[in-house]
Design a protein around this ligand. Structure first.
Ligand code: PSU
Ligand code: MN
Length: 303
């Protein structure tokens, strides 16, 4: 393994990047640990199609056969979506997955690392990891926040999930020097809900303004990302008051079962899926698609 064999972009993506065309990175933990099969693979394909429809090229990122794949074909997506032995790879896990040849799905942090190495500047996901409730005793703070502080990739998400401590997450992002921008909203969205009750640090209303922010930030020397918080479409949201009940129940279940570390987010997402009888999944699919469309617009404005 050398630097030149670490990444394996598809021919299409390799050429698109060489030509300066708009490319949008996509993570794979959402496929393997965020949604049940077969909705996970159907969503992954749909999101890729949404990006193409907007005139950009999707690059789903994962570790397969000891290499970081930049862009997956249909068979790869299916293989990843069905597999049960896939490592959830954040910054700490990426090298081990590659060096042992184990299949790995990339989190926001690891996808940002791969996107930067590949030269992709915009990345769409569902929600970022953050500071978990009770972090003052558990120390559970996602590596996504440090990555946003160091890696120059724009991440489009539907805000931080309300299962996280949103004010503490914002504090850490501010400390790490990450601009947090709500798209077309004054309030920070909370993933399944458009409202969080927390004012967004900044608001921008167009993809062009966001592209300008990214370009300006690059002038500082290319350190650190930008977080765009894009509210879920109104028709598909689960209002905050209702959602908070499910979240509290799901966290209580996780505590009772002593779920810790990187298992927490997948467990809580699964519990919320059960508690909402599948409605959370429809919301999740809607917001990921919405983020993919905005990310494609930002990538076009940057290209
Ligand atoms: N939020 C979701 N679905 C997900 C994740 C977050 O709604 O699948 C994944 C993302 O890949 C994110 C990761 O980067 O969980 C954060 O995990 P942790 O808190 O262990 O860093
Ligand atoms: Mn964690």
């Amino acid at each position: 393994m050398t630097h030149s064999t670490l990444l394996q972009p598809t021919d299409e993506i390799h050429q698109a990047l060489a030509d300066g065309k708009p490319v949008v990175a996509l993570e794979s933990t959402i496929i393997t640990h965020g949604m049940p099969y077969p909705d996970n693979v159907a969503t992954a394909r749909q999101v890729e199609a949404d990006i193409r429809e907007r005139g950009a090229i999707p690059a789903t990122i994962a570790v397969l056969d000891g290499r970081i794949r930049i862009g997956l074909d249909d068979a790869d997506l299916e293989r990843l979506a069905q597999a049960t032995d896939v490592m959830k790879c954040s910054r700490a896990d990426l090298a081990l997955a590659i060096s042992t040849g184990r299949p790995g799905a990339t989190t926001v942090a690891a996808t940002m690392m791969a996107a930067e190495l590949a030269g992709i500047r915009v990345f769409a996901t569902g929600g970022i990891g953050g500071v978990h409730k009770g972090a003052e005793t558990s120390f559970d703070v996602s590596a996504d926040l440090d990555e946003l502080g160091r890696t120059p990739v724009c991440v489009v998400a539907a805000g931080a999930k309300a299962l996280l401590d949103i004010p503490k997450t914002l504090e850490v992002l501010e400390t790490r020097g990450v601009p947090v921008v709500a798209y077309g909203a004054d309030e920070l969205p909370a993933f399944w809900s458009r409202q969080s009750g927390i004012a967004a640090p900044f608001r921008l209303d167009t993809a062009e303004e966001i592209a300008n922010l990214i370009k300006t930030r690059q002038l500082f020397g290319g350190h650190g990302g930008v977080l765009i918080a894009n509210p879920v479409p109104t028709d598909d949201q689960i209002p905050q008051a209702e959602m908070n009940q499910y979240i509290d129940q799901a966290i209580a279940m996780a505590t009772k079962k002593k779920v810790t570390g990187k298992e927490v987010t997948p467990f809580v997402l699964g519990a919320i899926y059960e508690l909402t009888k599948g409605r959370s999944l429809a919301t999740n699919i809607s917001l990921v698609r919405n983020n993919a469309r905005l990310a494609a617009d930002i990538a076009k404005a940057l290209a």
